[in-house]
Design a protein around this ligand. Structure first.
Ligand code: S3P
Length: 448
């Protein structure tokens, strides 16, 4: 990816209807599970970001036929559980942790070997958390020092079913073990003391796998019966709440804005950002609730409003893990001091999201204190921040989008040193930003 700097000046209001792109987590899983079904599956609303395209390319390299027939519309001919072929070359995972960890799980119980490589950000991220349970199942995994990429997985077939209690709350680790369990005889069990996103469980059930979920004293226990047979399906992907979160906060903090966000995923394991913004007093209504592809969705109507600071309740954290960069921006413009703690895991994302956001927000003039497990942010009480600097996005799409939203509300433009990572999850983000501010300008002029 060639770095691309971008300057964003103060702008607004934002006005209009947004249909956010397909959910990234669900798009990865839709391709992987369809690639393991026998026969033809169709996916509608697939996110065509670089991360998901990396998953598609890897699955093709392992024998699945995956074809785009129209925007968001894909047809997959799966190879069946157990049918993955050894890829001819290293699998390039780009920036995508989800592709890497979930595909490692798939390879672990197939009689093949695969090498995973990635960009500088991904090559720093910890993989020991998946290496450990997959090795217990019998896979032989060699990684770079520190348990990072590049790494090679030599699968074990048949693998050994395990019962695994997650030491870190991670949907990626949970899914890696379950995916390895698909081609493992017997019952593979994962116990999660803290509930994480459950898209894998919902979709595997939808495709006919024998999977049960039970609340136990140790947490949620997911049991998957292996040597599963997955039935081909038409999978419809709902809109990504993580992408919707940028527009929700942009509308709230940018004067005169009003947005209608359609088809937003509202899975309770993902929708924590809307709860947090509600606690901050945002003017936001969730309505037209429904179901898309076995996942709850809603429309979000949101307008500019004052935000109060928040002392974030610990129980919201697991359901809004990717939305902290934009919540930090919301807190930087709120009235009062926000306490955002218990977030140690954010240091292991595409960048160290606590450190990167602390540096970026301080650079544009916000009052921020960095703690080992989070940030204390003294809000500007709705006043614009100075801006007028270059901020580092550190190969992290969500930092770039969060700081772009902050830039709308600064006195002087912000330069993003590299906006190219946005293409991993939201290729149309900047075009949509232009459209919404253009509509906002037109509405303002019409009513002036
Ligand atoms: C994801 C899980 C989360 C999240 C990531 C996508 C997934 O990571 O941050 O963007 O699709 O399972 P962890 O499960 O490692 O916290």
């Amino acid at each position: 990816m060639t770095p691309r700097s971008m300057t964003i000046g103060p702008r607004g209001p934002l006005y209009g209807v947004v249909r956010v792109p397909g959910d990234k987590s669900i798009s990865h899983r839709a391709l992987m599970f369809a690639a393991l079904a026998v026969g033809e599956s169709r996916v509608t609303g697939l996110l065509e970001g670089e991360d998901v395209l990396a998953t598609a390319a890897a699955l093709r390299a392992m024998g699945a036929s995956i074809e785009r027939i129209a925007p968001g519309e894909w047809v997959i001919h799966g190879v069946g559980v157990g049918g993955l072929l050894q890829p001819g070359q290293a699998l390039d995972m780009g920036n995508s942790g989800t592709s890497t960890r979930l595909l490692m799980g798939l390879v672990a119980s197939h009689p093949i070997q695969a090498t995973f490589v990635g960009d500088a950000s991904l090559s720093r991220r910890p993989m020991a958390r998946v290496i450990e349970p997959l090795s217990r199942m019998g896979a032989d995994i060699t990684a770079a020092p520190g348990g990072t990429l590049p790494l090679t997985v030599r699968g074990m077939c048949p693998a050994v079913p395990i019962e695994y209690t997650l030491p870190v709350a991670s949907a990626q680790v949970k899914s890696a073990v379950l995916l390895a369990g698909l081609n493992t005889p017997g019952v593979t069990r994962v116990i999660e003391p803290v509930a994480t996103r459950d898209h894998s469980e919902r979709m595997l059930r939808g495709l006919g796998a024998e999977l049960t979920v039970e609340e136990t004293s140790g947490g949620r226990m997911i049991a998957l019966t292996g040597e599963a047979e997955l039935k081909p399906q038409h999978i419809v992907v709902p809109g990504d709440p993580s992408s919707a979160a940028f527009w929700t906060v942009a509308a709230i903090i940018t004067q005169g804005s009003r947005l209608w966000l359609e088809n937003v995923g509202m899975n309770p394991t993902r929708a924590g950002i809307f709860r947090a913004l509600g606690l901050m007093g945002a003017d936001m209504v969730l309505h037209d609730r429904g179901t898309v592809g076995g996942e709850p969705v809603a429309q979000v109507t949101v307008m500019n409003d004052n935000l109060a600071a928040i002392d974030l309740p610990a129980e919201i954290v697991p359901s809004m893990i990717d939305e902290f960069p934009i919540l930090f921006v919301a807190a930087a413009f709120a009235h009062g001091t926000s306490m955002l703690r218990g977030l140690e895991e954010l240091r292991f994302k595409e960048s160290d999201r606590i450190g990167t956001m602390a540096t970026a927000l301080a650079a544009i003039g916000a009052q921020v204190e960095e703690l080992p497990d989070g940030l204390v942010i003294h809000g500007s009480s709705g006043r614009p921040l100075p801006g007028g600097v270059t901020v580092e996005t550190r190969l992290d799409h969500r930092i770039a989008m969060a700081m772009a939203v902050a830039a709308l509300n600064c006195e002087a433009p912000i330069v993003l040193d590299d906006a190219s990572p946005v293409a991993t999850s939201y290729p149309d983000f900047f075009t949509t930003l232009d459209q919404l501010t253009e509509e906002g300008r037109a509405i303002n002029e019409a009513y002036a």
